[in-house]
Design a protein around this ligand. Structure first.
Ligand SMILES: [Zn+2]
Length: 270
């Protein structure tokens, strides 16, 4: 399947889509919009894989979110899922201190979970889908992820790659992740907030991806409503506007970048 647009991160397996998922995926197929259905725990990862095996526009990422669940990380189950051909990334995983009352305690819990998934990604040679949310007024989660991935990169070399989902870091963090060879993905937040414009302009065209994070983060003027992967078009338009580039150029680049990052050249079916 040739893609017109590629939404690098969504949750189309979520219950929010139970009523109209098949119609929505038919529309995506017709519009040639691809998406990566991202798991946040074992059940949603399994659902993402099942959907990706059944529907062409959908690929899957499997992983455990740092704060969405309290379940223990089932290494064997995730290792089995991560090897599925339609699985293109490990995650979303990372560090999230945004709502932590005690950052040290959150860190102690989240770091081993993230480390297990870094090792898994290196082992199956698939990129990490990184979730990072610092505590208020800091870049702590980004700085710590950078440290962890810098040393992981020393250990695993080229086997370790990553996309920073919903990138909300500053210029320094962007530069550091780009130096590691990673990509940054942006959401429809760009349609209503100006906080990321500098980073969006700074990142090279061949390192940016467009994502919806659907059902979350609907673009203006639909804020607060359920989002879906079709909104990737609004994200591409926003990226192009902020960067003062042709929308067609950005559309093509984001598709190519996503195909390259997630190695979608030969999407096999089991
Ligand atoms: Zn997400």
């Amino acid at each position: 399947m040739e893609f017109q647009y590629f939404d690098a991160h969504s949750h189309v397996q979520d219950k929010d889509f139970d009523k109209d998922r098949e119609d929505m995926l038919d529309a995506l197929a017709w519009m040639k919009i691809g998406t990566v259905a991202v798991g946040t725990d074992l059940a949603s990862s399994e659902a993402a894989v099942a959907l990706a095996q059944r529907r062409d526009p959908v690929f899957a990422a499997v992983g455990q979110h740092p704060t969405d669940t309290d379940e223990a990380f089932d290494e064997a189950a995730f290792a089995r899922l991560a090897r599925e051909p339609r699985v293109v990334a490990v995650g979303e995983c990372g560090l999230d201190y945004f709502r932590a009352d005690d950052v040290a305690a959150a860190r102690a819990k989240q770091v081993p979970l993230f480390e297990a998934q870094i090792a898994l990604a290196a082992q199956v040679q698939k990129p990490l889908m990184i979730h990072a949310r610092p505590s208020r007024g800091t870049m702590d989660a980004y700085r710590e992820i950078l440290d962890m991935l810098t040393s992981a990169k020393r250990e695993y070399g080229d086997a370790l790659t990553a996309n920073l989902h919903f990138f909300a870091g500053g210029l320094d963090e962007a530069r550091a992740f780009l130096d590691l060879g990673f990509t940054l993905s942006f959401t429809a937040v760009l349609t209503f907030a100006r906080d990321y414009d500098e980073v969006v302009r700074f990142a090279p065209l061949d390192r940016i991806l467009a994502e919806t994070d659907a059902p979350y983060v609907a673009p203006a003027p639909n804020r607060g409503r359920r989002n879906d992967p079709r909104a990737v078009q609004a994200v591409v338009a926003a990226l192009a506007g902020i960067r003062s580039e042709e929308e067609e150029v950005v559309r093509q680049a984001t598709v190519e970048n996503t195909v390259r990052t997630f190695r979608l050249h030969k999407p096999e079916r089991p």
